[in-house]
Design a protein around this ligand. Structure first.
Ligand code: COI
Length: 356
């Protein structure tokens, strides 16, 4: 990793590794946790007591302000092994940057680069045996920060904790997903917290997603809050569509999460001379393209999902079937190249991969 000024991290390793109990061939996303975690606390803007300790329970007071008022943000990133078995991370500085953007929006303290990177690097290095190597798998890394004041008045907390833990994972969506265009609920609006990776953005998605699942869909496509006409995100991912040979993705207009995978896809496609337009995309435009036989691909992108291929899109009961996944030029290309870059099976001309 990039040279940073050394931070003294207290390290307490577990005497009881759980790695032997992990069946790496049969991992359900987010259910198995690696042996250690990194923790550092903050009081009045000063970070103190960074430590690595065995993964385990933390004690919380019932009046913990994050639980009541939602000052809580997180990131998602992944660690891989290169072809020689050495651990590496994919674009960790981008996650650090976005975490701090989220922190600023939620009136939380930002975390210094050195502290984030050294906590992360030390943790991944200690738990590197937990990095799975099967295609499509990774060590999912979850940094998060939350307010820890024991106080039920509404004001920014004075105390915060920042923790990173890791879990070995396979693909988030094992098969192409059927999505419903959301016409009732809204994820984000101008001036809201749509660009922040705030816990509340995920909490508010539970009911709409559950309702869609009860109707037989896997996920929803969020639309704009004003008219429900323009697509924004899908579930936990950014969105891409291929109309003819042109790749379309909603512009970052203040309501959409600035996905690291989204940006990687755009850079990768443009480097191959493929046109990517970042702009408003209406449901009507997609329906017209579909009717003309031009809607060639649709997929979500995210750290957990990587590339989530969309099998069908349903808007107000009208279902658009997408071409069979084997025929999808763009999503197959992106999946294959990103998968190979992050495991160093092919060169990384973008400087995305960072050795631990
Ligand atoms: C990620 O892709 O890292 C996400 O944030 C998805 C997560 C909510 C499972």
């Amino acid at each position: 990793m990039q040279n940073t000024s050394a931070i003294s991290i207290k390290i307490t390793k577990t005497n009881h590794s759980r790695i032997e109990q992990c069946d790496f061939n049969n991992i359900q996303f987010g259910t198995i946790f690696a042996d250690h975690m990194f923790r550092v606390d903050c009081t009045d803007g000063q970070w103190h007591d960074p430590q690595i300790l065995p993964y385990g329970e933390i004690s919380l007071s019932p009046s913990l302000s994050a639980l009541h008022y939602g000052q809580s943000i997180f990131e998602g990133m992944k660690a891989f092994k290169d072809t020689q078995g050495a651990p590496q991370l994919f674009r960790p500085a981008d996650n650090w940057k976005r975490l701090n953007q989220s922190a600023q929006r939620m009136a939380m303290p930002t975390i210094p680069y050195d502290l984030f990177m050294q906590g992360l690097g030390t943790l991944v290095s200690i738990d590197q045996n937990w990095i799975p190597t099967k295609e499509g798998s990774a060590l999912y890394v979850r940094p998060f920060m939350f307010a820890t004041d024991d106080f039920v008045g509404v004001r920014p907390s004075r105390h915060f904790s920042f923790i990173i833990f890791c879990c070995p994972v396979n693909s988030y969506y094992p098969k192409p997903i059927h999505v419903k265009v959301e016409q009732k609920y809204v994820r984000a609006f101008d001036g809201g917290i749509g660009t922040a990776k705030a816990a509340g953005n995920y909490g508010l998605s539970m009911l709409p997603t559950l309702e869609a699942q009860q109707q037989g869909f896997d996920q929803i496509i969020w639309t704009d809050g004003a008219e429900h006409q323009y697509v924004e995100e899908s579930g936990t991912t950014n969105l891409f569509f291929v109309v003819g040979d042109t790749v379309l993705t909603p512009a970052l207009d203040g309501t959409i999460l600035e996905g690291v995978t989204r940006d990687s896809c755009i850079q990768l496609l443009r480097s191959k001379g493929i046109e990517v337009q970042e702009r408003k995309i209406s449901i009507q435009e997609l329906a017209d393209a579909h009717q003309k036989g031009l809607l060639n691909d649709a997929f979500g992108t995210g750290t957990a999902a990587l590339i989530a291929k969309i099998a069908s899109i349903t808007n107000n009961g009208n279902r658009m079937e997408l071409p069979p996944v084997e025929q999808r030029k763009i999503s197959n290309l992106l999946y294959s190249e990103l998968e190979q870059i992050r495991t160093s099976k092919i060169p990384d001309p973008f400087g995305w991969v960072v050795k631990v």
